[in-house]
Design a binder for this molecule. Structure first.
Ligand code: SF4
Length: 451
């Protein structure tokens, strides 16, 4: 391993505090990075790798490190593919797991005088980077379809009620289990004017509900570097005449700003409906997945969403049986689901995806039978939660946008994304209907029309 790989235009920044031993360690790490083609820079903002080499001999030194970690976290929020390393006495020989929980945005922990974890990380990351560059080159598309004639196939015009509009293409996160960055290339946001123009044309062709899409949709605009975010797009889209409803998915827990939540709370067309994958309820598993947050931070986010948008639907994704997941760690996920009571959970048994970090460096060691058992346990739990939640709508009135006629019934959804069925002889496609709920199940509501 550790074959030097020449990297062009890549920079590193090492900040060192403490004794001469730390200075020597930093010098060694620096020369190892330079042998791989990285150049030293004086500001962390300009670097692709930022390492803080730490000292805990005095409280004052520790305080300085916490301050530095705070500013590095801010840079990482803007550039998720920044590699952050923490080195030295704060990491020691056994503090890494504790620090990983506290600072989930740190990618690599190095004990004093041990640069190996960083070099190993770069081996895996360089593989990811090269794959992303190759994909980005292959995917040269400008997504825009400027020609209104080709927005919807002719037979779908005037009878397509919902349309998906991609706003962020690709993903630069590279969670260890995920193949998407290798297939869709680096993250890039589409220009706002282009998205609004496409949305308006779709509405002109009969669409009533727009779904903004991105692998991490809440990172919309981050690559413009001018402060634009998803909330700004929602504010403008809310003004499109003729659009009834606006949704967006999928959000990453780290990027759901207060401005975004306020936009959902205050804009009349933006639906109170979030898709925020947690993936696991155990911090060690989350760190192995390189998700970049802890269970505690995820719970804080849920509190923040429910504080600002009390009736918001919160859906999530969960993977069971990820590499190394023990029964106790799985039970943490089970308990988290029981505690948060998501409205819907997209559950998957972990399966190896070729080329991913997990495929190359981790062992798929949870037996299939065990994965199936864990999946079933979550499924039973979630059905019960959904049944209870939907029961609260019994005999209540709900407002739906009718989107299709299916097996003799009209089908629509509430703003908070509950499926509702009703029967009527008239044409309700694309219209808003009020329904009195008569039956509920874990998956849908059935009722009668209120004239
Ligand atoms: S799981 Fe989502 S955030 Fe992670 S790499 Fe895949 S697409 Fe990106």
């Amino acid at each position: 391993m550790n074959t030097p790989v020449a990297k062009k235009n890549k920079n590193y920044y090492i900040w060192t505090i403490g004794c001469q031993m730390n200075e020597a360690d930093s010098r060694r790490l620096g020369s190892e990075l330079e042998s791989r083609g990285y150049s030293s820079v004086e500001q962390p903002e300009e670097a692709d790798i930022v390492v803080l080499n730490t000292c805990v001999v005095r409280q004052q030194a520790e305080d300085k490190i916490f301050g530095r970690l705070g500013s590095v976290k801010t840079i990482k929020e803007k550039r998720p593919n920044l590699t952050v390393g923490l080195m030295g006495c704060m990491v020691g020989v056994r503090e890494a797991p504790r620090l990983q929980k506290k600072f989930p945005f740190v990618d690599v922990f190095m004990p004093p005088s041990d640069t190996k974890p960083m070099l190993e990380f770069l081996d895996s990351q360089e593989f990811v980077d090269e794959a992303l560059d190759a994909e980005a080159e292959a995917i040269q598309e400008r997504y825009a379809i400027q020609d209104a004639e080709h927005l919807l196939p002719a037979e779908q015009r005037s009878n397509t009620i919902l349309a998906n509009v991609p706003v962020v293409l690709g993903c630069s996160h590279a969670c260890t289990f995920c193949i998407i960055p290798y297939r869709r290339g680096r993250e890039r946001s589409r220009p706002m004017d282009e998205i609004l123009d496409e949305s308006k044309k779709l509405v002109d062709q009969g669409v009533k509900e727009i779904m903004f899409l991105g692998q991490i949709v809440d990172r919309y605009g981050h690559d413009f570097n001018d402060g634009t975010e998803l909330a700004d797009l929602l504010i403008k889209a809310n003004d499109i005449s003729g659009v009834e409803r606006i949704r967006f998915l999928t959000s990453h827990p780290n990027y759901m700003s207060d401005k975004l939540l306020d936009a959902v709370a205050n804009l009349d067309k933006v639906c109170p409906h979030m898709e925020v994958p947690v993936q696991a309820g155990n911090n060690e598993v989350l760190a192995n997945m390189r998700r970049g947050y802890t269970v505690e931070q995820f719970k804080e986010l849920i509190d923040r969403i429910r504080g600002k948008i009390p009736d918001c639907t919160i859906n999530t994704d969960i993977i069971v049986g990820f590499c190394g997941e023990t029964h106790d760690q799985f039970m943490d996920t089970y308990n988290l689901m029981e505690e948060i009571k998501f409205d819907k959970v997209h559950m998957a048994k972990y399966s190896v995806r070729p080329r991913t970090v997990a495929a190359r460096r981790m062992e798929d060691d949870v037996p299939e039978g065990e994965k199936a058992k864990r999946w079933k346990m979550l499924d039973v739990l979630q059905r019960g939660i959904q049944e209870e939640k939907n029961k609260t709508f019994q005999d209540k009135q709900v407002e739906i946008l009718v989107e299709a006629y299916q097996k003799g019934s009209w089908r629509g959804r509430t703003p908070d994304n509950r499926l509702v069925f009703f029967k009527d002889d008239r044409d309700w496609l694309g219209k808003i209907a009020n329904i009195q709920v008569e039956h509920t199940s874990p998956f849908s509501l059935v009722g009668k029309l209120v004239e």
